[in-house]
Design a protein around this ligand. Sequence first.
Ligand SMILES: Cc1cc2nc3c(=O)[nH]c(=O)nc-3n(C[C@H](O)[C@H](O)[C@H](O)COP(=O)(O)OP(=O)(O)OC[C@H]3O[C@@H](n4cnc5c(N)ncnc54)[C@H](O)[C@@H]3O)c2cc1C
Length: 560
Amino acid sequence: MADFDETFDWVVVGSGAGSMSSALVMREAGKSVLILEKTEFVGGTTSKSGGVMWIPNNRFIRAEEPDESAEKAITYLDAVSNDGTDTPGTSHEKRLAYVNEAPKMLDFIIEQGVEVERASHFWPDYYDDLPGGCKTSRCVTAKYFNLKELGSWEKKLRPGFMPVPAKLDDGMKLAFKKHSWKIKMIFAKIACAVVYGKLTGKHYTTAGAALQGRMLKASLAVGVDIRTESPVKELIVESGKVTGVVAEVNGQLRRIGANLGVLVNAGGIAQNQALRDKYMPGTRAEWSQTPEGDTGDMHIEMERIGGVLAQMDQMVGYQMTRSPGWEQMYVKPPGQSLTGKPGAILVDQSGLRYLNEGGSYELYCQNMLERNKTVPAVPSWAILDGRYLREYQVAYMKMKPELIAKWRNAGYLKVADTIENLASQINVDPAVLRSTINRWNGFVDKGVDEDFGRGAREYDKWLGDPFKGGNPALGKIADGPFYAVEVVPGDVSTYGGALTDTKGRVVKADGEPIPGLYACGVSTASVMGGVYPGAGASIGPSMTFGYIAAKHAAGVENSL
Ligand SMILES: Cc1cc2nc3c(=O)[nH]c(=O)nc-3n(C[C@H](O)[C@H](O)[C@H](O)COP(=O)(O)OP(=O)(O)OC[C@H]3O[C@@H](n4cnc5c(N)ncnc54)[C@H](O)[C@@H]3O)c2cc1C
């Protein structure tokens, strides 16, 4: 029997999304919990994220849309997920476990005092045209949160990217405020809430930090022990069973026992360039939006003790554009909204379109990397016209003349009066780019993208411009001057890791679980396989499989 410095019932490695949903279950069952977090902040990438959870058949959608059901959700997941030897992290049974347990997990955290709401009524699934697809919204987010409620823990929560008292999806509408009184009113409401917050000493945040802030508050309230700057170095195995961990706490190595099990919720490998080179060559850690702790330590450790890593070539790709200063930005400039808007397309380095610019960001980046195997496409070029620059933002910025000049001088923004001159600036054959644009403009006239189907899905329209008229995702590139900026396949996470079963247990090559070891989130091979079915398809599963694992380990599967 290992000689432990201290022992808990449940030890969690990492403070990601599933860490605290599992901790709340354990505390409800009367068990002791320790969460060990490597960095100085609690919350992981989840805290920095949009905090959207994709929870099909949740209480909010059920109340408003009677045709939503578990059957509809599993139909969709079965249609969208690619079962196969290269995606062993998913199976019908595992997806069914997700569909059945995710709404229960949501109800459970609500009972624990975590306030959440439906994220908009229009945030469609990314493949909404497939059977069971949702054209409204299966997404749930935490209500915005006053960080002061965390007391001395306020400074220990990983900062979010939207520190405002606003609903995430309301915040996203503000770019269109000049077009709509309704959006102007939303803006006014947010502005009032900001002023009220300042006057009353509140410190509001929304999105992922609101989710993790609320989860942290609930966890602290029920006595979960959480330690930051406490990296786990090793899983302790005795007679084939994981019985604890070795962690560095206050600079000292401590052996910590876990009576019921260890849950690995330690994120992905996005910040580990060596692992990226091994599993997903051609991708870069510096293009990832993930924080510094996402280095895959536990991937290596789980594999060392007999776990099987799978789907390691998968990432939740999120295209980005390297505008001047991008390296220093907390959230790097997104490329998603860039080419999804009318008046923009993406071309490879030969000047050809090769994807639906409006689709899922995960698929978009997969397409970029795939294309790059035959035609140079990393980086690719976003081609934008004059109307685009007047109407929309590039890399978060409204494109005023001074900024256009500055970014042009910096070499980032290419500017030309004609398509042919633009082509020369990006080393593309002018005839090829001209023909690509003519073809695209022809599709816009017909209202149908005959090459890649852009604008056919509700999700493409969601990314477009609802105030332009016609199909929101389509718009000609016709109005000079013409512009180009490069786009690279960044990411918001990796998506591969340890193989787990329907109970969240880490399994060996023979499919048998490793006793005492559970994992969730992007430390595991995603239950979604190689696809991203909708916004929140990373955090939803992490929260849910943390909840499932804890219920199993505590023996409360039937009572919670
Ligand atoms: C800007 C942005 C927006 C996003 N928006 C969304 C969204 O709205 N919805 C969605 O589903 N996904 C979103 N994503 C992706 C999503 O945030 C991540 O995939 C998800 O949060 C991963 O959660 P997790 O629970 O697996 O782990 P994480 O939240 O990453 O937590 C893992 C934790 O483990 C810690 N850790 C690592 N190694 C060790 C160790 N050895 N010992 C102790 N601790 C360790 C890490 O420091 C980290 O704190 C977004 C990402 C970004 C960056």
